[in-house]
Design a protein around this ligand. Sequence first.
Ligand SMILES: *Cc1c(COP(=O)(O)O)cnc(C)c1O
Length: 434
Amino acid sequence: MPPLSADTLIALDRAHVWHPYGPMPGTVTPYVVESASGVRLRLAEPVAGGQRELVDGMSSWWAAIHGYRHPVLDEAVREQLGRMSHVMFGGLTHEPAVRLAARLVEITPEPLRHVFLADSGSVAVEVAMKMCLQYWQSIGRPQKRRLLTWRGGYHGDTFHPMSVCDPDGGMHHLWGGVLPGQLFAPEPPAGFDAPLDPEYASQFEELMERHADELAAVIVEPVVQGAGGMRFHSPAYLRMLRELCDRHGVLLVFDEIATGFGRSGALFAADHAGISPDVMCLGKALTGGYLTLAAALCTSEIADGISRGEMPVLAHGPTFMGNPLACAVANASLDLLLGQDWAVEVKRISSGLSAGLSAASEVPGVRDVRVQGAIGVVQLDHPVDVPAATEAAAREGVWLRPFRDLIYTMPPYVTGDEDVARIAAAVTAAAVAG
Ligand SMILES: *Cc1c(COP(=O)(O)O)cnc(C)c1O
């Protein structure tokens, strides 16, 4: 088949293809990516200003931490392709999945021992919730089936995860009668270094105490709230959650789908606090951005509880569970990550973003500039003009995808210093334009 011209491709795309949070038919023209290598996306046609290669400031939404076409990851997929791309996981098992699960148990906090491999982050969150609800049901407390979270969160787009996304920033108002009614505490006070606000802690505890009998779990994104608003909070609030959950008999779920694998400056954001949740969700960077794969890990207490129930199994089993290609590349990605001093790379990017974004706070309309780990955020005092901001960044040779009032970046860990500076300059240019 001959390749489609860029014009035909865009026309077909607009007519037939949904994009994330997009209208149908499409109204804006997406860039056509022809290939990608290292930290660069190669486009089918030059953008305004003439650039045809853009440095990826997004890591394809937190995922491509080693960049594109990494020879080690390419080889891992090819090697696995030579054995099998997929086999069902019911009644069968294989080395890539077993190796990955054992590895995840080894590198996550101690009490997490059991791994459910899911095919996307949202499904991992579904499974995490199912584990918690089923645990309480199995041990004879079926009334414990609500979740508590703080505002400003994002946990995915399927229905139960949507029910714990920020009720204002998310799409809750559309789903009033459909979503389960969960409990929301105020957003955690901002600032990684901020001391714990005792007032916040006592309000949170009061809410928890009042509902302890019906609460299955608290679910939060630790340290970094991503798609809900790119806010950072102190690990002290995670220690607070751990303590309150223990005191009131409630499980604690950390959604580390965005923060996992070094992005926040610790291998897992839970490590900043030195505590462990009862359930942890992983995804996004798990395969280095190659294939869709996620995981929900839980403690033996939860697994044993479920096993004592009337239905002693975890009733979930996606068709593509434990996909061998995805597991093989996840194993290779973990080898790459842990085989280097990843923390030094994250710190290097962090410093580069801090230095490069310092001028952005002077831009009119900029409300806040913040950096945590390899994440840089410029928050405006108005909604971003996304097409204008995107184009301004592309003129600087950088791919960014702003949303709401946020222009943000989380570069691949392999991004060189010059490219980090370029990304920061593009974020600033996007803030000027947007
Ligand atoms: C992206 C994300 C999800 C959803 O993952 P998908 O793979 O997009 O379904 C859930 N939680 C957090 C914190 C995320 O960043």
